[in-house]
Design a protein around this ligand. Sequence first.
Ligand SMILES: [Fe+2]
Ligand SMILES: [Fe+2]
Length: 372
Amino acid sequence: MLSNQQWTKELQDFHEELEAVNLGPLWASISAFNSVEPIAKPVPYLWKRELIDDKLDKAKTLLEVGVGSAERRAVFLINPGMKDLKPYGWGGTTQTLYAAVQAVNPGELAPPHRHTSAALRFVMKGRGGYGTVDGERITFEPGDYLITPDWSWHEHINEGEEPVIWMDCLDTPFIMAMNVSFTEFYPERRQPLTVPDDFSSRRYQGGMVRPVSDRQPKNIALGRYRWDLTKKALDGLSEFDPDPVEGYAVEYINPSTGRDADGRLGAWMQKLPPKFHGRAHRHVHTNVYHVYQGRGYTVMNGVRFDWSAGDFFAVPSWTWHEHVNLSDIQDAYLFSTNDIPMMEAFHFERQADYLENDGHQEVVDAFQPIMP
Ligand SMILES: [Fe+2]
Ligand SMILES: [Fe+2]
């Protein structure tokens, strides 16, 4: 809506006259279009593990995956600032990222489909699950990071004895905003396996070397990033001083190109050593964090968000934030997804360090999360 305060009655009437015929006066709107800084619709927010577990348990009693229209059993995280975008806030956890927690029970099969949105997964708990991505069966364990780039066929199967639960992150809000969503359903219950099981992770098990044939880059050079290897990388970094903002952090890359593992979605695993108190910064790119292990808090725009293992929180664009590990003896591990590849592709990315007060925000409030 236009603000009419500084305009004469005649001009105010003219603004209404324009609006009535679907036209607009730039002179009255220009400061909204050209904001001095980003004005994020999403707000800093945190979802507790207990709440998500409770709702996912209820969904388990109400739905069976693969039966009827229940293609997937996932509860997604809606940012309260995005709620007015229908349906369901376009799944917006931030402006660009959709995050969810998905459960597949023993014996269930979430059938194959593919879509324009890119998807990544972080395995939270449960063994015995696997996915098939473009003809490759990919097994996984807790702590693993998995990719399903856009338009790749994928299905999820649980042949174990316990529920398998993971975090999904897709670029759905971005895809919806761009009006480019396509989805296709595989005509059979399963897609055919076209390469040996765990083909990509077996080809890349050596670490920082690549098969010579991958000099021609592949979209899915590696489908699974094992937790033990990620942890080893963080252990190596931990032999040196931590970064004052991030602690110790690594990003998942496509080993055939050196670029992000997915073309549009980025992901990190970050370790905060005991008593770590990071300095604050802010950036245009947004994050959805999942607390894999540990206990601490993040200050976002002066509000303290306490977290523990299993929680999720959203960092919107241009939000001051700093991370703290509350433990004296244990490391905290934060998995996070981001939209850095999108922001960089459009030359949007910017970053600023918080320079006052030795890099620490004044804490003026504490966030009260919704509990079950
Ligand atoms: Fe999917
Ligand atoms: Fe950050």
